[in-house]
Structure formats: structure tokens, C-alpha cells
Design a protein around this ligand. Structure first.
Ligand SMILES: O=C(O)CCC(=O)C(=O)O
Ligand SMILES: [Fe+2]
Length: 191
């Protein structure tokens, strides 16, 4: 999208979205995750991870039109979007893959960013499918860092989530916010 569209989207997302704080548990305590999130989805769509932490919001008309635009640009269908707000360079997301079973074995995720330029980092999973093990791990592979600019749209296609992890590390000196939208297809529950 153009810079002025990206600026408009940043303004709309910052002011109109009901941003929520999510938490993670460690050492028997709850800590806020270093970013804010909102989860929009079609009626009846549930996503275990997000559902535990976030309420499902209905699509605002404007966001629904953006979904249709992303669908026609990518040739993919999406029934949900996870919006993430990085309030400044202090906010981040750690290494993970979006490989929950609700996304199916080979998810296609479209990602759109507006606001501050941040590094989107990728690294191969150390042991595909067993990345959460506590056993000793071989040395991590060198990572790839792609600067993502305001208005950039990219696709994470198979086998990205199967074999790679991604992260947006904290960056000192960034005081502007960034919003990232990840459009996803969550397999609807069997009716
Ligand atoms: O902010 C980004 O570019 C990545 C966000 C992300 O990894 C996610 O929403 O799962
Ligand atoms: Fe992700």
C-alpha cells in the first residue's frame, strides 16, 4: 500500500482497536507479554492460544475490506487476523512458529506492517517439531533479519512454520509504534 494509506491505517489501528494485554506464566507467576494484541475472526472460529488470552472481536467493516484486498492480492482465503501492537522498540516477540494444529499442517499466513521499521528475523528450527525440548541443543544457526517497512505485505508460505521460527527482537532507539496484522486461516470446528 502507499505511504499515506499506511499512515492512515496506523492511525486507525492505534485509535480504534481495543488493544488487550496478554500474559504468560513462568515460575508460577503471570507476566504481561511485551506487546499488545487484538484478535478478529469470523463467527465460530476459535484459536486455542489466542482464545485463552484474548477475546474474539468481530470484523470492523474497514478491516474486512482490507482482508478482501489481501485475499485478492495473495490468492488465499483468511478467516481471522491477529493484530499486534509494538508500542516502541521495547516491545517485541520472541522466537516462535505459528504452527498450532488449528492452522493445519501447512499454514499460509499473510503479514502486513504499518508504522516503525522493525527487523523481522528468521532462523531454522533446531529440531523440526521438537523446538520446545529442554534437552541440550546444537548451536543455533545464523539468523536472517529482514527490515520490514510501513506498508509492506509478505507471505509466510509452507514450509515456513514447519521448519523455521521467527521473531521481532527489541530494538533500542525506536520510539515509534508499529502494528503488524497476520491474516490466518483457522480450520473451522467440525459442525
Ligand atoms: O510482528 C511481526 O512481524 C510478527 C508477528 C508474529 O509473529 C505473529 O503475529 O505471529
Ligand atoms: Fe508469528
Amino acid at each position: 500500500m502507499t505511504q499515506s494509506e499506511a499512515d492512515e491505517w496506523l492511525h486507525w489501528l492505534l485509535h480504534e482497536v481495543a488493544w488487550g494485554n496478554a500474559f504468560y506464566e513462568a515460575f508460577g507467576r503471570r507476566f504481561p507479554i511485551p506487546r499488545q494484541q487484538a484478535w478478529f475472526a469470523d463467527a465460530g472460529i476459535r484459536y486455542r492460544y489466542s482464545d485463552n488470552l484474548l477475546t474474539t472481536l468481530p470484523w470492523p467493516e474497514r478491516l474486512n475490506r482490507l482482508r478482501q484486498r489481501v485475499e485478492s492480492l495473495t490468492g488465499q482465503r483468511f478467516n481471522s487476523v491477529l493484530a499486534t501492537l509494538y508500542r516502541s522498540g521495547e516491545d517485541s516477540v520472541g522466537w516462535h512458529a505459528d504452527d498450532e494444529s488449528e492452522l493445519g499442517p501447512a499454514p499460509v499466513i499473510a503479514s502486513l506492517s504499518v508504522g516503525a521499521t522493525r527487523a523481522f528475523c528468521l532462523r531454522p528450527k533446531i529440531t523440526p517439531g521438537h523446538q520446545h525440548t529442554h534437552e541440550p541443543q546444537p548451536e543455533p544457526q545464523p539468523e536472517i533479519a529482514v527490515p520490514v517497512h510501513s506498508g509492506d505485505l509478505w507471505l509466510m508460505q509452507p514450509p515456513c512454520q514447519q521448519h523455521w521460527e521467527h521473531a521481532v527482537p527489541a530494538e533500542t532507539g525506536i520510539h515509534q509504534p508499529r502494528v503488524n496484522l497476520t491474516f490466518r486461516w483457522v480450520i473451522p470446528p467440525a459442525s
